[in-house]
Design a binder for this molecule. Structure first.
Ligand code: GTP
Ligand code: MG
Length: 196
């Protein structure tokens, strides 16, 4: 459980983020996948991170401090097709640089909409994380939009796809920000990593 959640700052690049003195976790994934909503859900604060039905809401690296112990970074979504190409490239560089060079980053949570078939952009992103040896977990979002049978089917399908390129599956979580599913599992995992 997170008892205290505070917004610290928005940064345009990783070098402007707060001093790297606390373990940091980043939420990343395609635009509109539910990153900001998931942050609000796990922190139990409605408008800590700004959410929107229009993709591309989060455009900067937003850092939050949790329980005075760790940082959470809400990142802009990748694959935001509506942004002008130049801006899109800028977003991507900012995200990739952040992940590669942010020294206190402990784990990346890659959010994936549980309704969709595996998407190339997410698989490629995981491949990049693997090449850079950056630890990550997958969080399947918007569970409430599927029946449990559909969910199970999509999850198995995704695992099969991953096992074509990965020897081992990453840690996998399922979540719904509207039904408040996945909160204890995700925060418990972060706590366990913080204790290591
Ligand atoms: P960007 O900042 O644009 O990259 O988006 P984001 O990934 O931060 O998504 P955001 O949290 O802003 O949510 C996008 C839309 O999905 C909003 O309309 C949310 O209300 C909705 N949404 C997010 N999570 C859930 C969920 O678990 N269930 C349902 N039904 N809707 C959700
Ligand atoms: Mg957002």
């Amino acid at each position: 459980m997170i008892k205290k959640a505070e917004f610290i700052k928005s940064s345009q690049k990783y070098k402007d983020c707060p001093p790297p003195h606390k373990p940091e976790y980043a939420f990343i994934g395609r635009s509109n996948v539910g990153k900001s909503s998931l942050i609000n859900m796990i922190a139990d604060k409605k408008s800590l991170a700004k959410t929107s039905a229009t993709p591309g809401k989060t455009q900067l690296i937003n850092t939050f401090e949790m329980d005075d112990i760790w940082y959470l970074a809400d990142l802009p979504g990748y694959g935001f097709a509506k942004a002008p190409k130049g801006v899109r490239g800028g977003f991507n560089k900012m995200i990739y640089d952040y992940i590669e060079f942010r020294e206190n980053l402990v784990n990346v949570f890659l959010l994936i909409d549980s309704r969709h078939e595996p998407q190339k952009i997410d698989l490629q992103f995981m491949e990049w994380l693997g090449n850079k040896q950056i630890p990550f977990a997958i969080v399947f979002t918007k569970l409430d939009k599927l029946t449990s049978t559909q969910m199970q089917k999509n999850l198995n399908n995704y695992k099969t796809e991953l096992l074509k390129t990965w020897e081992e599956l990453p840690k996998i979580f399922t979540s719904s920000s509207t039904s408040k599913i996945g909160k204890l599992e995700i925060t418990g995992y972060i706590d366990s990593l913080n204790e290591q």
